[in-house]
Design a protein around this ligand. Structure first.
Ligand SMILES: Cc1cc2nc3c(=O)[nH]c(=O)nc-3n(C[C@H](O)[C@H](O)[C@H](O)COP(=O)(O)O)c2cc1C
Length: 317
């Protein structure tokens, strides 16, 4: 059995701070930047178990490429899987365990995208108690890594309590709760009482997620949810130093030049990993760093067109 790093963290670093999974954003470069500023756990972008299942014998496997990581610079790393079919989850868990060797595997029960829900995945799987249980069991049976889950406050008529009671006997190591319902989507106030209540039905690590964008909202979430830690998502886009602010309990005001330095570091990592394509992908990340800056609109307009490091350097000068 691989070591359950979640319990190591629970003893060592409270609150546990995670980079929550974000498709299109939590790539290796951004994960490394977040780690540098104090993130304890780094989630991958969500990966399709069905793609892993059907491409298992192919030489070129884009899904596996998306999940590669730097073991030294991305500790602890969790691969998040989404899908609906337990057989696909079983095969995907084996492939990830053998070929990627992350520190943990997570299952997505929160994605609100209609196309995903229609497949019975993401929030669609949270609504389906029997299906959810079968999927968690399939993953547990096919990996020795600690398995975590990410759910919402509610999906359809399934709330946190109902969901957790249904899997109370399964050895799930950690639980991230997005404190918003499926109906709320990505806006509105998360419900921290629901997260606090979850402790009655779950003994592993609990992380609160949703709307944590600054030190004040982080402290409120911890105080009201009594969670072991936090999952930060949009709040660290263009603001990875929020981890440091929470760890130090101190607001950090960086100068524009200091922020530009982080932008360049992330751009360099992206280029090293993926060349020019990496920099094109980085455009949408770069613009997040400009929020609140003098001349932000102009900077954004230029950054969404960049193709090279030299261009980024010139703009930020
Ligand atoms: C662009 C984007 C991509 C996301 N991708 C994923 C994903 O792949 N898996 C997942 O479980 N949640 C995903 N989420 C949800 C976040 O992990 C998080 O639960 C949500 O954004 C609420 O947190 P926030 O209010 O701090 O952003 C995504 C969110 C955003 C904005």
């Amino acid at each position: 059995m691989a070591k359950n790093f979640w319990e190591t963290l629970r003893k060592r670093s409270r609150p546990i701070l995670a980079l929550a999974p974000m498709a299109g954003f939590t790539d290796s470069a951004f994960r490394q930047i977040c780690k540098k500023y104090g993130a304890d756990v780094l989630y991958s972008e969500m990966a399709s178990v069905t793609a892993l299942f059907y491409n298992q014998n192919k030489k070129k496997n884009l899904t596996l490429d998306l999940l590669r990581f730097n073991r030294q610079k991305e500790k602890y790393y969790v691969v998040q899987l989404f899908g609906a079919n337990p057989e696909h989850f079983a095969v995907a868990a084996r492939i990830i365990t053998e070929k990627i060797k992350p520190d943990g595997i997570d299952i997505n029960f929160g994605c609100p995208v209609p196309k995903i829900i229609k497949q019975g995945a993401g929030s669609g799987l949270m609504k389906d108690l029997a299906g959810a249980r079968a999927v968690i069991k399939a993953v547990l049976a096919n990996t020795d890594l600690p398995v975590s889950i990410k759910i919402r406050a509610q999906a359809g008529n399934v709330d946190v309590q109902k969901f957790l009671k249904n899997i109370i006997d399964l050895p799930v190591a950690a639980l991230m709760i997005h404190g918003r319902t499926l109906k709320q989507g990505f806006a509105g106030q998360p419900d921290w009482k629901v997260v606090k209540e979850a402790r009655k039905y779950f003994s592993g690590v609990i992380l609160a997620n949703g709307g944590i964008n600054d030190l004040v909202s982080a402290k409120k979430a911890l105080r009201e949810s009594k969670a072991d830690g936090l999952g930060l998502a949009r709040g660290v886009l263009g603001r990875p130093w929020l981890y440091k602010e929470i760890k130090k309990d101190q607001v950090i005001n960086l100068k524009a030049e200091e922020i530009f330095k982080i932008v360049l570091q992330q751009a360099e990592l992206k280029q090293a990993q993926k060349g020019k394509r990496g920099l094109v992908e980085f455009r949408k990340q770069a613009v997040w760093y400009m929020q609140g800056m003098v001349g932000a609109a102009k900077l954004r307009e230029q950054l969404v067109k960049v193709n090279s490091l030299a261009e980024i350097k010139k703009i930020l000068k």
